[in-house]
Write a protein that binds this ligand. Sequence first.
Ligand code: SF4
Length: 64
Amino acid sequence: MKIIVDKTKCTALGICESVAPDLFEVQDDGTLVILEDRPEGGLCEAAREAAEGCPTEAIRIEED
Ligand code: SF4
């Protein structure tokens, strides 16, 4: 699995961070950082939930 975020769509409100804090982190300057773009195990489900919960559909998941 690979997580891709379209920075042009992301509004950095951090819903993904709330759902998956091990994967996403909004910085003080309002940018979003992907902490682990190739999650494994239980983090994969968290990544899918974050993608579904993103209000701007900025998160894309590429399954292997
Ligand atoms: S939930 Fe979507 S719009 Fe919000 S910070 Fe995460 S990627 Fe960006």
